[in-house]
Design a protein around this ligand. Structure first.
Ligand code: NAD
Length: 497
């Protein structure tokens, strides 16, 4: 097998599939390059994938299911305790791989892995979380119980921006609940999950319990079409989320789709402006703005406009964009040259629509790679398409509102509802915001309101299609089916014994 050496980690050069406990070549001969976004260098190739790859993975997962389902929950989680140790023992090499294929800084990659481990820890609680409930004598001599059973074969389709954490919103819960699992990671970042599947081999999970397939739309369509795939979890952009939601539903599957975002932070004049500036800058420009919880619009209320404008411009201007492997990098590149061009185009559109450019990130970034520096636009008109377009890059728009009500109204007009944050020292204002803001994840003096793994990763409006979210109890509900049993055992029958 040809391998790629990424400094101290050697990984497969041609991404293979992990099916039935073994590595295989894709049945498709068509390959895409995987590029390091900081250098443009090709670091691997990934198959575009074929329906036959999916058929093999589903067959392996379906064959493994009956035995895995019978394995006691207590025994299933023993694999997860070991998986936690594997992740922790390999943080540095996994962080390096994430940085090399995604571009984020090493510190950001390590933080992603911390969140990954957290999901494994929570899934170790399945023997408690998967319990049902019961009631004796619902009628005289009749008892009723609700038990949770796994679904069978389930699959997840994940985005480029958190190559390891997002798959782990699903994998640990799915298998701990007794399902067998197929992952299709983003074709832009297939290395770190492939390497993690290699690292998982010593766990000796029964073949077919976890499977990895690679590719693009043909693979997704094959998963959506396959009658033995019971549930689909998707995280990615809203147009694809809508497609997957509709197709999965049409095929009778359980489906949860987390989509795109356009997150607002509201800054009140009574806030600690120094704190609001620091945290908003980190939220807007951290991970090069490629977090689904990144702040994209800062709405200053009243006097906050004057207090916030210059400090946020200064903070943005001071951020050092460099390769994520550089220990002094504060921000890495965006994922692809197309993404860079798209973001530059949106900046130009905002300016064309009347916004003032306070900091122009199109200038002064490293030439090689997909680098942009932070950009701050002031006064993006509500009518501009930029107001409601997900940028997914290091661009912050400043908008002004006279009152908190006006600010919340701006959020209502936003088609997305992934996150909304407020900076204030007023409990009453914070409560009003928490109560009224139309978003699934709310931050109060927080810039990235990412729920811990014990809570659902929420999201409203066009940011989420479905009912049950990833992580926490929602994940357990999503990956299990409720069965209600009503039993009659006449008392007279016990006299025989
Ligand atoms: P994407 O939608 O392009 O791709 C996501 C996945 O879908 C990938 O595995 C990809 O191969 C597949 N895919 C892409 N186009 C497809 C098509 N036409 N048909 C079938 N499958 C297709 O998303 P991305 O660019 O990888 O990730 C960025 C997006 O993800 C942003 O919009 C971001 O907001 C969103 N995101 C959302 C959350 C959340 O929790 N709501 C979390 C992370 C990322």
């Amino acid at each position: 097998m040809e391998t790629t050496s990424t400094q101290d980690v050697t990984v497969q050069h041609e991404m293979r599939l992990f099916v039935n406990g073994e590595w295989h070549r894709s049945k498709s001969d068509s390959r895409l390059p995987v590029n390091n976004p900081a250098t443009g260098k090709v670091i691997a190739t990934v198959p575009t994938g074929a329906g036959e790859d999916v058929n093999a993975a589903v067959a392996a997962a379906a064959a493994a299911f009956p035995e895995w389902r019978r394995t006691p929950a207590e025994d299933r989680i023993q694999y997860l305790f070991k998986l936690k140790n594997i992740l922790e023992d390999h943080v540095e090499e996994l962080a390096r791989l994430i940085t090399i294929e995604n571009g984020k800084t090493l510190a950001e990659s390590r933080a992603e892995l911390k969140r990954t481990v957290e999901n494994v820890e929570v899934a170790c609680g399945i023997p408690m979380m998967m319990q049902g409930y019961n009631l004796e004598d619902v009628a005289q001599g009749i008892d009723e119980m609700m038990i949770r059973q796994p679904l069978g074969v389930v699959a997840a389709i994940t985005p480029f921006n958190f190559p390891v954490m997002v798959p782990f919103w699903f994998l640990p819960y799915a298998i701990a609940c007794g399902n067998t699992f197929i992952l299709k990671p983003s074709e832009k970042v297939p290395l770190s999950m492939s390497h993690l599947f290699e690292l998982m081999e010593p766990l000796k999970l029964p073949p077919g319990v976890v499977n990895l397939v690679h590719g693009t739309r043909p693979v997704v369509d094959a998963l959506l079409d396959h009658p033995d795939v019971r549930a689909i979890s998707f995280v990615g952009s809203t147009p694809v989320a809508r497609y997957i939601y509709a197709q999965a539903a049409a095929h009778g599957k359980r489906v949860q789709c987390q989509g795109g975002a356009k997150n607002h932070v509201v800054i009140l004049p009574d806030s600690d402006v120094e704190m609001a500036t620091r945290i908003t800058a980190d939220s807007a420009f951290g991970c090069a703005g490629q977090r689904c919880l990144a702040v994209s619009v800062a709405v200053t209320v009243g006097e906050a406009q004057r207090l916030f404008r210059q400090p946020i411009a200064d903070a943005a201007g001071a951020i050092r964009a460099a390769s994520g492997l550089d220990p002094d990098a504060q921000m890495g590149p965006v994922i692809t040259p197309e993404s860079k061009r798209r973001i530059e185009g949106l900046i130009a559109q905002g300016v064309g629509d009347g916004a003032a450019i306070l900091v122009d990130g199109r200038k002064g970034a490293p030439e090689k790679g997909n680098f942009l520096k932070p950009t701050v636009l002031d006064g993006v008109p509500a009518a501009s398409a930029l107001s409601n377009t997900e940028i997914f890059g290091p661009v912050l728009s400043l908008v002004h509102a006279k009152t908190l009500d006006e600010a919340i109204e701006l959020l209502r007009q936003n088609p997305y509802g992934n996150q909304a944050s407020i900076f204030t020292s007023s409990g009453a204002a914070a409560r009003k915001f928490r109560y009224e803001a139309p978003a699934g994840n709310i931050g109060v003096n927080i810039g990235v309101a990412a729920p811990m793994a014990t809570f659902p990763f929420s999201g409203w409006k066009s940011s989420f299609l479905g009912v049950l979210h990833g992580q926490g109890r929602d994940a357990v509900e999503f990956y299990t089916e409720e069965k209600v049993v009503v039993e009659r055992w006449p008392k007279e029958w016990s006299r025989k014994f």
